[in-house]
Write a new protein. Structure first.
Length: 134
């Protein structure tokens, strides 16, 4: 038969097991936000890529719209869709705030400025097409 002392030792062992699990749970909760924070911006495109895509699309839209305005618009649609998906990702409720903390506001401003390049290329190509037709 178990004695009072052996019951106390068994409950003490059980208590230390619960204590270890509780400590592990607290540490996991404390470390988890840092893990999530570190993995936000490595899944998003870099600001360099914004500018490369924006500049290449601006040149293509300029040349296309200079030849035929509908061709410039056709060239603009894929890049507009790419930037739209990027903006949806940047402003999503689960990624956006963490990305703003990690990359800063300049990252967001660069995305919008890079989208302005193909838009300017399209408009400039259209103006040049109108001038050459006159």
């Amino acid at each position: 038969q178990p004695t009072r002392a052996s019951i106390g030792r068994a409950s003490g062992m059980l208590h230390s097991t619960h204590s270890a699990i509780l400590k592990l749970a607290v540490l996991t909760i404390l470390v988890y936000p840092a893990t999530v924070f570190a993995e936000v911006s490595d899944k998003e495109p870099s600001a360099d890529l914004f500018w490369k895509i924006g500049l290449a699309a601006a040149i293509i839209c300029l040349v296309g719209a200079r030849m035929k305005p509908w061709l410039g618009v056709t060239c603009f649609v894929p890049v507009a869709l790419w930037f739209a998906s990027l903006f949806l990702e940047l402003h999503s409720f689960d990624v956006g705030p963490h990305l703003r903390i990690e990359q800063g506001t300049a990252y967001f401003l660069q995305a919008y400025a890079a989208f302005g390049l193909p838009l300017c290329g399209l408009l400039a190509g259209y103006v040049l097409h109108r001038k050459s037709a006159a």
